[in-house]
Design a protein around this ligand. Structure first.
Ligand code: ACO
Length: 324
C-alpha cells in the first residue's frame, strides 16, 4: 500500500476584463493576424487593481474546494506558485489563507515561473506522501500584466492574468499506474539559462521594480526539446506508454509548442486541453486553469490518465503524470 495525492477538486478564476488582439494593436505595432499565427492567442484576461495574486488565488481555491465538496477545515497546507506576488512577504499563500478564513495549517509560496504549478504540485505531493500534511490546496496565481513592458510588442501580447487551484487529499494506492492520484512528478532546472527569460528587477531593488525580458526564439528552442524529454521521463517512470495517456494538459505558452508536444505523444487534437487562445500565457496558473475547465465541462473524468508539462524562466521545466 502506498499513499497517493488525489485531486479531489479543481477550480479557476479569471478577471472579468478581456483584452483582444485588436485592442492591443491600437497601442502597439502588431496585428491580430500576427499574434494568432505565431502563438494561437486571440485574447487575454487582465486584472483590475483589486484583482491581486492573493485575491485571484483565493477565488480559485474556493472554487476547487466547492468542486471537492470540502471546506477550509479540510485543508492542512497551501502551496502557491507565483512569480508575481503582491508583496515580497508575507507569502501570497498566507494572504490566501487569511482570505479563505483558514485558521489552521500552513502556507507558503513556490517560485518557478511558468513551471510553478508543476513544482508546487511536486512539493505538495511529497508532503502528503511523507505525512507532513493530509490535504493541500495547490494554487497557481499570476498577474503578469503588472510586470510586462506594455511598449514591447514581442512580450506584451503573450501573457494574461488568472489563477487556478486543485485540492489534493491523501488516499491509498497499490503503487501501480492504475492508482488514482499523482503517479510521479519530474523537476529540472538549468540556471545558466536564466538570462533568456527573466524580470530585470525586483522588490529587493528600489531603483528597479522590473519588467519581463525574453529571447523568444531561444525559449522556444529549449521548450520543444526539454518538454519532450520530460514527457518521456514521466511515462518511463511509470511503465506506461504514450498510447495510455488520455489527456495532455500542457502549460499554455504558445499553440505551436503545444502542437509539437501533441505530435510527440501522438495524441488526437481533441485529447489536448487548450486555453491559450482565450487566456494567453498565465504562467503558473495555466495548467490548473486548463484542468479546471476540462474537468468542469466533463471532458476529463475520474480514472483518466492526465499528462502535464511546463517550461519557464530559470530555465525550469518538468512534468507530472496524474490519474484523476
Ligand atoms: N507583432 C508583430 N510583429 C512582431 C511581434 C508582434 N507582437 N513580436 C515580434 N514581432 C516581429 C519581430 O520584431 C521580428 O521582426 P523582424 O524580423 O523585422 O526583426 C519578427 O516579428 C519575428 O520575430 P521573432 O521573435 O523571431 O518571432 P518568432 O517567430 O520567434 O515568434 C514568439 C515570437 C511568438 C515569442 C516565439 O518566439 C515563441 O513563441 N517563443 C516561445 C516563447 C514563449 O512562448 N514564451 C512565453 C513565456 S515562456 C513559457 O511559458 C514557455
Amino acid at each position: 500500500m502506498v499513499i497517493r495525492s488525489q485531486i479531489i477538486g479543481a477550480g479557476g478564476y479569471l478577471p472579468a476584463r478581456v483584452v483582444t488582439n485588436d485592442e492591443l494593436a491600437k497601442q502597439l505595432d502588431t496585428s491580430d493576424a500576427w499574434i494568432q499565427e505565431r502563438t494561437g492567442i486571440r485574447q487575454r484576461h487582465i486584472a483590475a487593481p483589486e484583482e491581486t495574486a492573493a485575491f485571484m488565488g483565493a477565488a480559485a481555491a474556493r472554487s476547487a474546494l466547492r468542486e471537492a465538496g470540502a471546506g477550509v477545515d479540510d485543508v492542512d497546507a497551501i502551496v502557491l506558485a507565483t512569480t508575481t506576488p503582491d508583496q515580497a512577504f508575507p507569502a501570497t499563500a498566507v494572504r490566501v489563507q487569511a482570505l479563505l478564513g483558514m485558521k489552521r495549517g500552513f502556507a507558503f509560496d513556490v517560485s518557478a515561473a511558468c513551471s510553478g504549478f508543476i513544482y508546487a504540485l511536486a512539493v505538495a505531493d511529497a508532503m502528503l506522501r511523507a505525512g507532513t500534511a493530509r490535504s493541500a490546496l495547490v494554487i497557481g496565481s499570476e498577474v503578469y500584466s503588472r510586470i510586462l513592458d506594455w511598449s514591447d510588442r514581442s512580450t506584451a501580447v503573450l501573457f494574461g492574468d488568472g489563477a487556478g487551484a486543485v485540492y489534493l487529499r491523501a488516499g491509498k494506492g497499490e503503487g501501480l499506474g492504475t492508482d488514482r492520484g499523482v503517479l510521479s512528478t519530474h523537476l529540472h532546472s538549468q540556471g545558466e539559462l536564466g538570462d533568456i527569460l527573466y524580470v530585470d528587477g525586483a522588490v529587493g531593488r528600489r531603483d528597479r521594480p522590473g519588467t519581463l525580458v525574453m529571447n523568444g526564439r531561444e525559449v522556444f528552442r529549449h521548450a520543444v526539446v526539454r518538454l519532450a524529454e520530460a514527457v518521456d521521463e514521466a511515462l518511463l517512470a511509470n511503465g506506461l506508454d504514450r498510447g495510455q495517456v488520455d489527456w495532455l494538459v500542457p502549460h499554455q505558452a504558445n499553440m505551436r509548442i503545444i502542437e509539437a508536444m501533441r505530435r510527440k505523444i501522438a495524441l488526437r487534437p481533441e485529447q489536448v486541453v487548450v486555453t491559450v487562445d482565450r487566456h494567453a500565457n498565465t504562467s503558473a496558473a495555466s495548467i490548473p486553469l486548463a484542468l479546471a475547465e476540462a474537468v468542469g465541462d466533463g471532458r476529463i473524468r475520474s480514472g483518466d490518465l492526465v499528462l502535464m508539462e511546463a517550461l519557464g524562466g530559470g530555465l525550469t521545466w518538468g512534468s507530472a503524470l496524474v490519474r484523476l
